[in-house]
Write a protein that binds this ligand. Structure first.
Ligand code: NAI
Ligand code: 15L
Length: 268
């Protein structure tokens, strides 16, 4: 049966706020979780992913989990280790112990951030491309995907790992014309990931049907996802302001954009 109650971790964040606005229309009852209070949501669980007891209590009784909580940009390794690596492990362990059947994991394009971005006419990046994290942050997403594979193989816990591009109200850079996922398409993709049959560990790219798309949406569509949006309507304005992507600019050469070069935790 389709899941009804869904734990949304990271509910106070940007994507969490967009999704808690959009997902109830699909019939989900959301339980919210974040380390900071969720504005206007007094029933939200306020706890750290590192608090095993709190995490176990939060997952108890839900049908599925959308796991967005964590550090969402580059940071010192120790911080990433805590929130993204140990925190995600704690969530998977709690889900296993409480018998939660499926997790939708917010992976990121930064798990493959060093991959050269395709130029015009080049093939789209396949889902099976070798992972090339561009940061400790991207490395933690790569870990999350491997953790999901392990829990699927060993315990039958289902995961859809969504390598999200950029999910914001509007694209704000020329790079985002290629990787943007509209909030509406984000909700459509999370709904598909929650309800698709035959998931074990399925990895998908998460973006809209952008004219300038860099990667292959076949596995996402295989879940039943039908993107409705295309960033192209923003192209003229963004290109007029910022210019086309420059192949000689290292910030433009690879999927991860400026994550590849900046902020540098060490000299390049
Ligand atoms: P965000 O930084 O706005 O939200 C993350 C939330 O997680 C915050 O509310 C924060 O308080 C919470 N959090 C952090 N550490 C925690 C911990 N130890 N315990 C409990 N809660 C904790 O990030 P955003 O943009 O909403 O992204 C959500 C997720 O999606 C993140 O995992 C991010 O890596 C991933 N993602 C987002 C993309 C986007 O375009 N917004 C693109 C690719 C991946
Ligand atoms: C991410 O993984 C970040 O969480 C988000 O803030 C954006 O920077 C996005 O990737 C991106 O690549 O644009």
């Amino acid at each position: 049966p389709a899941p009804r109650t869904v734990l949304l971790t990271g509910a106070a964040g940007g994507l969490g706020t967009l999704m808690r606005g959009l997902l109830p229309a699909y019939g989900y009852e959301l339980r919210l979780f974040d380390v900071v209070p969720v504005e206007g949501e007094p029933d939200a669980v306020v706890a750290d992913l590192c608090d095993k007891e709190a995490v176990r209590e939060a997952v108890r009784g839900v049908d599925a989990i959308i796991h967005l909580a964590g550090i969402s940009l580059e940071a010192p390794f120790e911080k990433i280790l805590r929130s993204n690596i140990e925190g995600t492990y704690n969530l998977y362990e709690a889900a296993r112990e409480e018998g939660v059947g499926r997790i939708v994991f917010a992976s990121s394009n930064h798990a493959i951030g060093y991959t050269p971005r395709p130029g015009e006419g080049d093939p789209l990046i396949p889902i099976g491309t070798p992972r090339r994290p561009d940061t400790f942050y991207g490395l933690s997403k790569s870990f999350g995907e491997d953790l999901a594979q392990l829990y699927s193989d060993k315990h039958g816990l289902e995961t859809v790992s969504v390598r999200i591009g950029s999910c914001f109200m509007e694209p704000t850079s020329v790079r985002m014309l290629s990787v943007w996922m509209s909030p509406g398409d984000g909700a459509r993709l999370f709904h598909a990931a929650l309800t698709a049959q035959d998931v074990r560990h399925t990895v998908v790219y998460g973006s809209s049907a952008n004219t300038r798309l860099w990667w292959d949406l076949t596995t996402a569509r295989g879940l039943g996802y039908e993107p409705q949006d295309d960033s192209e309507q923003y192209a003229d304005k963004l290109i007029a302001e910022q210019g086309e992507l420059d192949p000689d600019n290292p910030d433009h050469a690879r999927v991860g954009g400026h994550f590849v070069t900046n902020p540098p935790l060490w000299p390049h």
